[in-house]
Design a protein around this ligand. Structure first.
Ligand code: CP
Ligand code: NVA
Length: 300
């Protein structure tokens, strides 16, 4: 494993190995053990979109591993004024040991890896969000013991989260169901792959998708960059909400996860969110542990 560009690039074994290391790092941190696996290493963190969790967990993660995380905003970098990615990649490769990037196009992340000589980590694109799904898988395994026989249900937009979750679910042997409105399906190539490789269902009914689910998952109706479509999406997604009725279709002990930020009253009710807040905030904490594991694997 040279980069983390998308989850589809990782084998099942590589995913499990990251999760095992993440569990170990979490345990050590809880016991006050901070091994400096990345002593003196520098990670550049390019953000072309807002972030709370990704930014803070990567920066603290690097610090805890004995390295340094450099926050690079689009507003300050020349890349924001049109300097080509291929030049930025070659320059940053001479200063840094790794790059984490959050941006719009997946191609930009892939190009950074192609033209640079250091590991690149995808911190979210319009296409996928692999770091989030590693933390989600960690949280599921932590709470459920294993992935065997589990069903993961996603309600809402077939967006970056849905794309990564279906890959993560199928690769770890879970069933995956999604309920989304017409025109808001996940990536077609990934859908074809998921159908061929595992147990994948797509429906228009959140309750049907949620039937006997062990894990319920949702995300915002309008992602970053889609703010202009807010009104149109509110109409399209009406009813695609994880509420008490949808939860009644899932297993009684079903978990609820949300990558955050959440919009209560849209994709999830405040009631369901608060009833599962423990799981959701553990999931947010696990971003730190899962990413530290990725950083150790790629940069050490
Ligand atoms: N879930 C997630 O990636 O959160 P941020 O946008 O705050 O980084
Ligand atoms: N789908 C959301 C995820 C945020 C973590 C977005 O892209 O804005």
């Amino acid at each position: 494993m040279k980069h983390l560009l998308k989850l589809a690039d990782l084998s099942r074994e590589e995913i499990l190995s990251i999760l095992n290391l993440a569990d170990q790092l979490k345990y050590e941190r809880k016991n006050g053990i901070f091994t400096h696996h990345l002593q003196g290493k520098k990670l550049g963190m390019i953000f072309q979109k807002s972030s709370t969790r990704t930014r803070v967990s990567f920066e603290t993660g690097m610090y805890e591993l004995g390295g340094y995380g450099l926050f690079l905003s689009n507003r300050d970098l020349q890349i924001g004024r049109g300097e080509p990615v291929e030049d930025t990649a070659r320059v940053l490769s001479r200063y840094l040991d790794g790059i984490m990037i959050r941006t719009f196009e997946q191609k930009e992340v892939e190009d950074l890896a192609k033209y640079g000589t250091i590991p690149v980590i995808n911190g979210l694109t319009d296409y996928c969000h692999p770091c989030q799904v590693l933390a989600d898988l960690m949280t599921i395994r932590e709470r459920k013991g294993s992935f065997r026989g589990l069903k993961l249900c996603f309600v809402g937009d077939g967006n970056n989260m849905a794309n990564s979750l279906m890959v993560g679910a199928i690769k770890t042997g879970m069933k995956f169901s999604i309920a989304c409105p017409e025109g808001y399906e996940p990536d077609a190539a990934l859908t074809a792959w998921a159908k061929a490789e595992g147990d994948f269902t797509l429906t228009r009914s959140p309750e049907e998708a949620a039937k006997d689910a062990d894990v319920m998952y949702t995300d915002v109706w309008a992602s970053m960059g889609q703010e202009g479509e807010k009104a149109k999406r509110e109409r399209a997604f009406a009813g695609f909400c994880v509420d008490k009725k949808v939860m009644a279709a899932a297993k009684p002990d079903a978990m609820v996860l949300h990558c955050l930020p959440a919009h209560r009253g849209e994709e999830i009710t405040a009631e369901v969110f608060e009833a599962h807040a423990d799981e959701i905030f553990e999931e947010a904490e696990n971003r730190l542990h899962a990413q530290k594991a990725v950083l150790v694997k790629l940069l050490k």
